[in-house]
Design a protein. Sequence first.
Length: 374
Amino acid sequence: MRQRKFGRRKGVLAVLAAVAVGASLIVASGSAGAGQSAQPAAPKAASSLASNGQPVAKEINTTGVPAGSVKNADGSTTTKVKLGPFKLAPMPDDGDDHEHPSSGGVGAQHGPDMPGGHHGAMTRTVALMLPPCTNCYITGIRPDLTFPDGSNANYDGGVMLHHAVFFDRSKSDITCPGGWPGMAGQRFYASGNERTGGTLPEGYGLKFGYIPLTWMMIELMSMSHEEKEVAVTVDLKWLPGNTPNMKPVTPLWLDADNCGLSEHYVPEGESMTQWKWKSTVSGNFVGAGGHQHDGGDNIKLVNDTTGQEICTSTAGYDTKPDFQGHIESMSTCLSPSLGRVEKGETLRLDSLYHTHMADDHAMSIMVAFIDEKG
């Protein structure tokens, strides 16, 4: 188990090293003005990565391309950004078939380190995401995974969106300004295969500057013995920077393994993981949403100093056939009156898991947005 874990860590760190070099080469001339589509930069060539005992993993550098916009009735614009297509490494012939335990936990577990064999091959992707606008407010984000024909790509098609983390390298990360996030930039959004999306309350938005250096780190998994091809799409809803009465929000990445690879151990059965962070900022919470793996029940954000509960993000299962029993949603909290934190106060995450086996690679993350001027 430790050898496989080291192999995955080595692979992710190699991706991050590529980001440190590649992201620094983004130039402003490729960005668009507010209300204009950006032109894509040339994609970088793919390279293979030794998997160190895991299913073969690929590393790919590519560019996200704005693929069309729709004007909304409220004056905002929704732009679809497409990343890919990506050719996924097939599961090795000696990998186990896709099976789920019939009982004993919340949701089916799935991953490259399942006991008893490999249940999927990982492809890791570093993608430059050209923003749909500059000097603008991002008010909504919704990620998805599709096949080349635009149809839904999910477990029923032998693939999954394992992780997607969004960065803006033009800004510093709030909760981990040092370490690898300090090199990678501000973490402002994330999703797993549950593909959580949402729109901030009216009057609030994540501000993109004149030179937003936006990119994504993506992990894709294939449970098929045949090569699959998929694309990651992101719907970004935005308003121009001169929109009256807009307030910028600050993203807070809250994570049980905050300055690491976001992974932690959970035992078989029910368990609670807690994590605390002493806030370096003050503001009102206006939005929050969590990320857990299979077996996750819910993750709660609390102001540990005042005792105020800010958001409980609950995992959903067993309502969408294409997810085949895996985690399919994480609820969000979107309101200008969720709660408040002052500089020096402590925020706490409580992450409840109920799993049918121990897992070294569980995740407990909440991305929250605060109005520092509120």
